[in-house]
Ligand binder design. Structure first.
Ligand SMILES: Cc1cc2nc3c(=O)[nH]c(=O)nc-3n(C[C@H](O)[C@H](O)[C@H](O)COP(=O)(O)O)c2cc1C
Length: 240
Protein backbone atom coordinates (compact mmCIF):
# COMPACT_ATOMS: atom_id res chain seq x y z
CA UNK A 1 0.00 0.00 0.00
CA UNK A 2 2.80 2.32 1.09
CA UNK A 3 4.83 1.51 -2.03
CA UNK A 4 1.83 2.16 -4.28
CA UNK A 5 1.35 5.52 -2.55
CA UNK A 6 5.02 6.43 -3.08
CA UNK A 7 4.87 5.41 -6.74
CA UNK A 8 1.75 7.50 -7.26
CA UNK A 9 3.45 10.57 -5.72
CA UNK A 10 6.54 10.02 -7.86
CA UNK A 11 4.45 9.83 -11.07
CA UNK A 12 2.58 12.97 -10.01
CA UNK A 13 5.85 14.84 -9.43
CA UNK A 14 7.17 13.66 -12.80
CA UNK A 15 4.05 14.86 -14.65
CA UNK A 16 4.24 18.22 -12.85
CA UNK A 17 7.90 18.59 -13.80
CA UNK A 18 7.21 17.69 -17.43
CA UNK A 19 4.26 20.14 -17.49
CA UNK A 20 6.48 22.95 -16.20
CA UNK A 21 9.24 22.01 -18.67
CA UNK A 22 6.83 21.89 -21.61
CA UNK A 23 5.21 25.23 -20.70
CA UNK A 24 8.64 26.88 -20.31
CA UNK A 25 9.65 25.48 -23.68
CA UNK A 26 6.45 26.80 -25.30
CA UNK A 27 6.92 30.27 -23.80
CA UNK A 28 10.52 30.27 -25.04
CA UNK A 29 9.43 29.25 -28.56
CA UNK A 30 6.75 31.99 -28.65
CA UNK A 31 9.32 34.54 -27.42
CA UNK A 32 11.93 33.43 -29.98
CA UNK A 33 9.38 33.48 -32.81
CA UNK A 34 8.52 37.06 -31.84
CA UNK A 35 12.21 37.99 -31.75
CA UNK A 36 12.77 36.27 -35.12
CA UNK A 37 10.00 38.35 -36.63
CA UNK A 38 11.81 41.40 -35.26
CA UNK A 39 9.02 42.13 -32.76
CA UNK A 40 9.92 44.16 -29.74
CA UNK A 41 7.57 43.64 -26.80
CA UNK A 42 7.79 45.74 -23.66
CA UNK A 43 6.20 44.28 -20.55
CA UNK A 44 4.55 47.04 -18.53
CA UNK A 45 4.75 47.25 -14.72
CA UNK A 46 1.79 45.92 -12.78
CA UNK A 47 -0.92 48.57 -12.35
CA UNK A 48 -2.29 49.52 -8.94
CA UNK A 49 -5.88 49.39 -7.73
CA UNK A 50 -5.36 52.07 -5.05
CA UNK A 51 -4.65 55.71 -5.84
CA UNK A 52 -3.87 59.02 -4.16
CA UNK A 53 -7.29 60.61 -4.57
CA UNK A 54 -10.88 59.35 -4.36
CA UNK A 55 -12.98 58.59 -7.42
CA UNK A 56 -15.22 61.52 -6.48
CA UNK A 57 -12.24 63.90 -6.42
CA UNK A 58 -11.11 62.67 -9.83
CA UNK A 59 -14.64 63.13 -11.24
CA UNK A 60 -14.81 66.63 -9.80
CA UNK A 61 -11.32 67.69 -11.01
CA UNK A 62 -11.52 66.29 -14.54
CA UNK A 63 -11.26 68.85 -17.31
CA UNK A 64 -9.80 69.06 -20.80
CA UNK A 65 -6.26 70.44 -20.96
CA UNK A 66 -4.67 71.90 -24.10
CA UNK A 67 -1.31 73.05 -22.77
CA UNK A 68 1.25 70.45 -21.67
CA UNK A 69 4.62 70.58 -19.94
CA UNK A 70 7.42 68.64 -21.71
CA UNK A 71 8.06 66.77 -18.42
CA UNK A 72 8.26 63.05 -19.30
CA UNK A 73 5.86 60.43 -17.96
CA UNK A 74 7.24 57.29 -16.38
CA UNK A 75 6.46 53.68 -17.29
CA UNK A 76 4.30 53.15 -14.19
CA UNK A 77 2.06 56.06 -15.20
CA UNK A 78 1.76 54.85 -18.78
CA UNK A 79 1.02 51.33 -17.55
CA UNK A 80 -1.71 52.62 -15.25
CA UNK A 81 -3.31 54.72 -18.01
CA UNK A 82 -3.36 51.85 -20.50
CA UNK A 83 -4.77 49.46 -17.94
CA UNK A 84 -7.59 51.92 -17.18
CA UNK A 85 -8.17 52.38 -20.92
CA UNK A 86 -8.76 48.69 -21.59
CA UNK A 87 -6.62 46.36 -19.51
CA UNK A 88 -7.65 43.11 -17.86
CA UNK A 89 -9.29 43.28 -14.46
CA UNK A 90 -7.33 41.50 -11.75
CA UNK A 91 -10.32 39.29 -10.95
CA UNK A 92 -10.46 38.30 -14.64
CA UNK A 93 -11.68 34.77 -15.08
CA UNK A 94 -12.16 35.13 -18.84
CA UNK A 95 -10.70 37.34 -21.58
CA UNK A 96 -13.92 39.34 -21.29
CA UNK A 97 -13.15 40.73 -17.84
CA UNK A 98 -11.71 44.13 -18.72
CA UNK A 99 -11.71 47.65 -17.27
CA UNK A 100 -14.18 48.92 -19.89
CA UNK A 101 -17.51 47.38 -20.86
CA UNK A 102 -18.16 46.16 -24.41
CA UNK A 103 -21.41 45.13 -26.12
CA UNK A 104 -21.45 41.33 -26.28
CA UNK A 105 -17.87 41.39 -24.90
CA UNK A 106 -16.69 41.76 -28.50
CA UNK A 107 -14.11 44.51 -27.80
CA UNK A 108 -13.77 46.25 -31.17
CA UNK A 109 -11.28 48.86 -29.87
CA UNK A 110 -7.48 48.84 -30.26
CA UNK A 111 -5.18 51.28 -28.49
CA UNK A 112 -2.10 52.79 -30.13
CA UNK A 113 0.47 54.85 -28.24
CA UNK A 114 2.68 57.59 -29.66
CA UNK A 115 5.55 57.92 -27.25
CA UNK A 116 7.48 61.17 -27.24
CA UNK A 117 8.81 61.49 -23.70
CA UNK A 118 8.52 58.48 -21.42
CA UNK A 119 11.39 57.49 -19.11
CA UNK A 120 13.00 54.16 -20.14
CA UNK A 121 10.96 53.90 -23.34
CA UNK A 122 12.14 54.76 -26.86
CA UNK A 123 10.20 57.31 -28.85
CA UNK A 124 7.88 55.62 -31.31
CA UNK A 125 4.56 54.07 -32.15
CA UNK A 126 3.36 51.15 -30.03
CA UNK A 127 0.23 49.01 -29.81
CA UNK A 128 -1.18 48.02 -26.44
CA UNK A 129 -1.64 44.28 -25.85
CA UNK A 130 -4.10 43.94 -23.01
CA UNK A 131 -3.76 40.16 -22.61
CA UNK A 132 -0.23 40.35 -21.25
CA UNK A 133 -0.27 44.08 -20.45
CA UNK A 134 2.55 44.89 -22.81
CA UNK A 135 3.45 47.23 -25.65
CA UNK A 136 4.47 46.12 -29.10
CA UNK A 137 6.82 48.48 -30.91
CA UNK A 138 5.51 49.22 -34.42
CA UNK A 139 7.67 52.17 -35.54
CA UNK A 140 10.75 53.68 -33.93
CA UNK A 141 9.91 57.28 -34.85
CA UNK A 142 8.42 60.30 -33.07
CA UNK A 143 5.18 60.83 -35.01
CA UNK A 144 3.53 63.42 -32.76
CA UNK A 145 4.07 66.36 -35.16
CA UNK A 146 2.53 64.37 -38.01
CA UNK A 147 -0.39 63.39 -35.82
CA UNK A 148 -0.95 67.01 -34.85
CA UNK A 149 -1.01 68.02 -38.54
CA UNK A 150 -3.64 65.32 -39.22
CA UNK A 151 -5.71 66.75 -36.39
CA UNK A 152 -6.09 70.12 -38.11
CA UNK A 153 -2.99 71.52 -36.42
CA UNK A 154 -4.05 70.99 -32.80
CA UNK A 155 -0.47 71.58 -31.71
CA UNK A 156 -0.79 70.30 -28.14
CA UNK A 157 -0.76 66.77 -29.65
CA UNK A 158 2.88 67.39 -30.57
CA UNK A 159 3.56 69.02 -27.19
CA UNK A 160 2.12 66.27 -24.94
CA UNK A 161 4.70 63.57 -24.02
CA UNK A 162 2.27 60.81 -25.05
CA UNK A 163 -0.75 60.52 -27.36
CA UNK A 164 -3.15 57.59 -27.21
CA UNK A 165 -5.06 56.86 -30.39
CA UNK A 166 -8.10 54.61 -30.16
CA UNK A 167 -9.13 52.81 -33.33
CA UNK A 168 -12.02 50.44 -33.94
CA UNK A 169 -12.42 47.36 -36.08
CA UNK A 170 -16.19 47.80 -36.58
CA UNK A 171 -16.76 44.34 -38.11
CA UNK A 172 -16.07 42.68 -34.74
CA UNK A 173 -19.30 44.26 -33.48
CA UNK A 174 -21.36 44.77 -36.65
CA UNK A 175 -20.96 41.08 -37.63
CA UNK A 176 -23.06 40.31 -34.56
CA UNK A 177 -25.26 43.39 -34.09
CA UNK A 178 -25.52 44.73 -37.68
CA UNK A 179 -26.08 48.48 -38.07
CA UNK A 180 -26.76 48.94 -34.36
CA UNK A 181 -23.21 47.75 -33.67
CA UNK A 182 -21.97 51.12 -35.02
CA UNK A 183 -23.79 52.86 -32.19
CA UNK A 184 -22.30 50.50 -29.62
CA UNK A 185 -18.76 51.23 -30.81
CA UNK A 186 -19.24 54.99 -30.38
CA UNK A 187 -20.55 54.40 -26.86
CA UNK A 188 -17.63 52.12 -26.00
CA UNK A 189 -15.00 54.63 -27.02
CA UNK A 190 -16.70 57.09 -24.66
CA UNK A 191 -16.32 54.61 -21.79
CA UNK A 192 -12.63 54.26 -22.60
CA UNK A 193 -12.15 58.02 -22.85
CA UNK A 194 -13.78 58.67 -19.49
CA UNK A 195 -11.59 56.05 -17.79
CA UNK A 196 -8.53 57.79 -19.22
CA UNK A 197 -9.72 61.23 -18.04
CA UNK A 198 -10.27 59.92 -14.50
CA UNK A 199 -7.11 57.83 -14.33
CA UNK A 200 -5.03 60.75 -15.63
CA UNK A 201 -6.55 63.01 -12.97
CA UNK A 202 -5.82 60.45 -10.25
CA UNK A 203 -2.15 60.43 -11.35
CA UNK A 204 -1.88 64.23 -11.39
CA UNK A 205 -1.91 64.19 -15.21
CA UNK A 206 -4.32 65.58 -17.79
CA UNK A 207 -5.86 64.76 -21.13
CA UNK A 208 -8.24 66.21 -23.74
CA UNK A 209 -10.66 64.16 -25.84
CA UNK A 210 -9.91 64.83 -29.52
CA UNK A 211 -12.51 63.97 -32.10
CA UNK A 212 -11.59 66.57 -34.73
CA UNK A 213 -9.10 65.01 -37.14
CA UNK A 214 -8.76 63.68 -40.65
CA UNK A 215 -9.48 59.94 -40.38
CA UNK A 216 -7.42 58.99 -43.43
CA UNK A 217 -4.53 61.21 -42.35
CA UNK A 218 -4.37 59.64 -38.88
CA UNK A 219 -4.70 56.14 -40.34
CA UNK A 220 -1.78 56.95 -42.67
CA UNK A 221 0.43 58.32 -39.88
CA UNK A 222 -0.13 55.19 -37.81
CA UNK A 223 -0.03 52.80 -40.78
CA UNK A 224 -3.34 51.29 -39.62
CA UNK A 225 -4.30 48.04 -41.33
CA UNK A 226 -7.42 48.04 -43.53
CA UNK A 227 -10.60 47.83 -41.46
CA UNK A 228 -9.28 49.85 -38.51
CA UNK A 229 -10.78 53.33 -38.13
CA UNK A 230 -9.34 55.94 -35.75
CA UNK A 231 -12.02 57.31 -33.40
CA UNK A 232 -10.40 59.22 -30.58
CA UNK A 233 -7.08 60.81 -29.66
CA UNK A 234 -6.11 61.39 -26.04
CA UNK A 235 -2.95 63.42 -25.36
CA UNK A 236 -1.43 62.81 -21.93
CA UNK A 237 0.93 64.81 -19.79
CA UNK A 238 1.39 67.30 -16.98
CA UNK A 239 -0.67 70.47 -17.23
CA UNK A 240 1.56 73.50 -17.97
C1 LIG B 1 -16.44 63.54 -28.69
C2 LIG B 1 -15.58 64.72 -28.26
C3 LIG B 1 -14.74 65.30 -29.19
C4 LIG B 1 -13.92 66.37 -28.79
N1 LIG B 1 -13.04 66.87 -29.69
C5 LIG B 1 -12.20 67.87 -29.29
C6 LIG B 1 -11.21 68.35 -30.20
O1 LIG B 1 -11.04 67.88 -31.31
N2 LIG B 1 -10.38 69.34 -29.75
C7 LIG B 1 -10.49 69.86 -28.49
O2 LIG B 1 -9.70 70.76 -28.16
N3 LIG B 1 -11.41 69.40 -27.61
C8 LIG B 1 -12.26 68.42 -27.98
N4 LIG B 1 -13.17 67.93 -27.09
C9 LIG B 1 -13.18 68.42 -25.70
C10 LIG B 1 -14.36 69.37 -25.45
O3 LIG B 1 -14.12 70.58 -26.12
C11 LIG B 1 -14.49 69.60 -23.93
O4 LIG B 1 -14.83 68.38 -23.31
C12 LIG B 1 -15.58 70.63 -23.62
O5 LIG B 1 -15.17 71.91 -24.04
C13 LIG B 1 -15.88 70.69 -22.12
O6 LIG B 1 -14.73 71.01 -21.38
P1 LIG B 1 -14.14 70.07 -20.22
O7 LIG B 1 -13.89 68.74 -20.82
O8 LIG B 1 -12.88 70.75 -19.78
O9 LIG B 1 -15.15 70.00 -19.15
C14 LIG B 1 -13.99 66.87 -27.45
C15 LIG B 1 -14.85 66.26 -26.55
C16 LIG B 1 -15.63 65.19 -26.93
C17 LIG B 1 -16.51 64.52 -25.90
Amino acid sequence: MKLRHKLHRLTLRRSMASLILNSTFLILVIFLLGEAKGEKMIKLPKPKTKGEISLEEAVNRRSSVRNYSPKPLNLAQLSQLLWAAGGKRFDATTEASRTIPSAGALYPLEIFVLVGEVEDLDKGLYQYHYKDHSLKLLKEEDLREELSRSAWGQDFLAQAPVDLIVAAEPSRTTNVYGERGKRYIQIEVGHLGQNVYLQAEALGLSTCAIGAFDDEGVARVLGLKKGLIPLYILPLGYRK
